[in-house]
Design a protein around this ligand. Structure first.
Ligand SMILES: NC(=O)c1ccc[n+]([C@@H]2O[C@H](COP(=O)([O-])OP(=O)(O)OC[C@H]3O[C@@H](n4cnc5c(N)ncnc54)[C@H](OP(=O)(O)O)[C@@H]3O)[C@@H](O)[C@H]2O)c1
Length: 243
């Protein structure tokens, strides 16, 4: 029992851990005694994140959209306890008739195919009692106009999570589904547009605000530690699905 619970000395690998939700997960895990290993595509951001977390945090630049780089990363990494996948890029939101289908296909590259590669090459190195936590988004359950492709990607990750939980048992596989969170993901908008989105959406939610990365990080820590959930998607959305 003791070996399955708690983050002390657990090795937690966060792909997409240099900013936003992934960084918050790595930081929170490290604050609870875990050894965080972060990876993302930009070496400077990885270095900055490691320095900010401090302690025994490690990191490496890896473009997770490149299958060979993902395979090499895990082949060299050695064993670990928990795999967290938070890598993501900005979404292109368009009405369907204005959607370029080539671009729509590319929306699956990082969120679906790269996540699948991470699990394929990472799962053989997970210690007994370990887990995988993927990332989706509440748009899969609460689509809005213009979100056809983005919502499809999110729904796909929920299905992938259930399938992997069966495929990889006894490794537990779960996902976290955030609502809108203040992160770099929204950086393609101007600062004014972004603040307007946060303010207008936040005030419409039951909790009265959009999320912060540390709100969401706690769900990942819960899923890594509690030991009895698998195939589940935990929604942390401020009540988005209700309105
Ligand atoms: N923020 C929201 O409102 C929200 C809502 C629902 C779901 N989500 C999901 O949550 C996840 C995390 O997003 P976030 O909001 O925390 O955004 P973020 O701050 O932009 O973080 C994305 C992370 O992914 C990394 N990344 C991007 N491309 C990569 C690549 N090719 N290889 C490796 N790493 C890569 C980024 O680092 P580099 O740039 O250094 O590569 C960064 O560390 C995403 O899947 C996103 O779709 C976010």
């Amino acid at each position: 029992m003791g070996s399955r619970n708690g983050m002390q000395n657990k090795r937690v690998v966060v792909l997409g851990g240099s900013s936003g939700i992934g960084f918050a997960v790595a930081e929170l895990a490290a604050s609870q005694g875990a050894k965080a290993v972060i990876a993302s595509s930009n070496p400077e951001r990885v270095q900055k994140a490691i320095e900010s977390i401090g302690g025994e945090a490690q990191g490496q630049a890896v473009d997770v959209s490149q299958e060979r780089d993902v395979a090499t990363f895990f082949a060299k990494l050695g064993v670990f306890d928990h795999l967290v996948f938070t890598a993501g890029d900005s979404l292109h939101l368009r009405d369907l008739v204005a959607t370029d289908l080539g671009q729509a296909r590319r929306a699956f590259e990082l969120r679906y195919w790269a996540a699948l590669a991470a699990v394929k090459y990472g799962s053989p190195h997970i210690r007994t009692g370990g887990s995988i936590v993927l990332t989706t988004g509440v748009a899969g359950r609460r689509p809005r106009k213009g979100w056809v492709v983005a919502s499809s990607v999110c729904g796909t990750i929920e299905a992938l999570t259930r399938a992997l939980a069966v495929e990889l048992a006894p490794i537990r596989v779960n996902a976290v589904s955030p609502g809108v969170v203040r992160t770099n993901l929204w950086q393609s908008m101007s600062a004014a547009e972004r603040e307007h989105l946060y303010e207008s959406l936040g005030s419409s939610l039951p909790v009265g605000r959009v999320g912060e990365p540390h709100d969401i990080a706690q769900a990942y820590l819960f899923l890594m530690q509690e030991g009895f959930s698998t195939g589940q998607t935990v929604v942390v959305d401020g009540g988005t699905v209700l309105v």
